[in-house]
Design a binder for this molecule. Structure first.
Ligand code: NAD
Length: 284
């Protein structure tokens, strides 16, 4: 039987804990503050930014959102980041990606102070993660680990297969699974026999961006499947990289995160957690 991992419920539970901690730190004089910058009017990015803003406000955090026009220059964006780096009311800065083509994404990520890089994308944070030092862990990958843990399935010693090798999802998830003592394989568009690799996996993380790409016959009975993909169908609905309907028909047990309601809410929750952690450092 297919067991859905409820990312919404896990998020709600974690967010209520975060809200309590926010109240505690506020009583000590610090309000955790997150600044989000959105350049341009990509509809999906607008939704993500709105959801992040809403979640922060609900948790009692201070939220600042800068919606900048598409034609914003790189210099203007970097100047805005510089201001926020110096702003004591802001503990986390996030630039919603992708940025328009005329802006160098690497420069933007580099400009965010490492102490406020709550998205965990800066080379310093990624490097720290890689060598096992304290770092802001990227939110989507961290959310995936929490979702796996909520099943009660032990990660240590398991074979984990990550499909996708992007800097923001695939690679950091692979590093985190390694840190959790899984035996990790990273698959990508040039992998020779993807089906064989995935079929062997106890833990599957699909971060591809292709609707229904991971079919039920690729899944090993008992596997934990984390579907990171967000794909918009012609009817406007969102769907993941895993063919959930086909998996439902299989006569074996496995876990799956639904889309929507799986990884998505956890990404925002982990962003809130990182912002809280950053604010708490100011107490010390
Ligand atoms: P990306 O386009 O940067 O990377 C996609 C990866 O898929 C690449 O590494 C590529 O090698 C791999 N790939 C492509 N075709 C393949 C094939 N035929 N076989 C095997 N591998 C193949 O995308 P991304 O930024 O890593 O995002 C991946 C998906 O996750 C997207 O759908 C994105 O919308 C979603 N996403 C969701 C969240 C969330 O919060 N839920 C956050 C970030 C990204």
């Amino acid at each position: 039987m297919l067991k859905l991992i409820d990312g919404k419920a896990l998020s709600a539970k974690l967010r209520s804990g975060i809200k309590e901690e926010v109240a505690e730190i506020k009583a000590k004089g610090i309000t955790p503050g997150l600044a989000v910058i959105l350049v341009g009017d990509d509809p999906a990015s607008q939704v993500y930014v709105r959801n992040k803003e809403k979640a922060c406000i609900e948790a009692g955090m201070h939220s600042e959102v800068y919606r900048l026009p598409e034609e914003t220059t790189e210099e203007e964006l970097l100047a805005r980041i510089d201001k926020l780096n110096k702003d004591d009311n802001i503990h986390g800065i996030l630039v919603q990606l992708p940025v328009p083509k005329h802006i160098d994404e690497d420069k933007v990520i580099d400009a965010i102070s490492v102490e406020k890089d709550v998205d965990g994308f800066s080379p310093a944070n990624v490097g720290a993660l890689l060598i096992g030092k304290e770092a802001f862990e990227p939110c989507t990958p961290r959310g995936c680990i929490e979702l796996i843990k909520t099943t009660g399935v032990e990660i240590t010693g398991k074979k984990a297969v990550v499909i996708g090798r992007s800097n923001i999802v695939g690679k950091p998830i692979a590093i985190m699974l390694l840190r959790e003592n899984a035996t990790v394989t990273i698959c990508h568009s040039r992998t020779k026999d993807l089906k064989k690799e995935v079929r062997d996996a106890d833990i599957v993380v699909a971060a591809i961006g292709k609707a229904g790409f991971i079919t039920a016959d690729m899944i090993k009975p008992g596997a934990v499947v984390i579907d990171v993909g967000i794909n918009r169908m012609e009817n406007g609905k969102l769907t993941g990289d895993v063919d959930q309907n086909a998996l439902k028909e299989m006569d074996f047990d496995c876990y799956l995160t639904p889309v929507p309601g799986g990884v998505g809410p956890m990404t925002i929750t982990m962003l809130m957690r990182n912002t809280l952690v950053s604010a708490k450092r100011k107490l010390k």
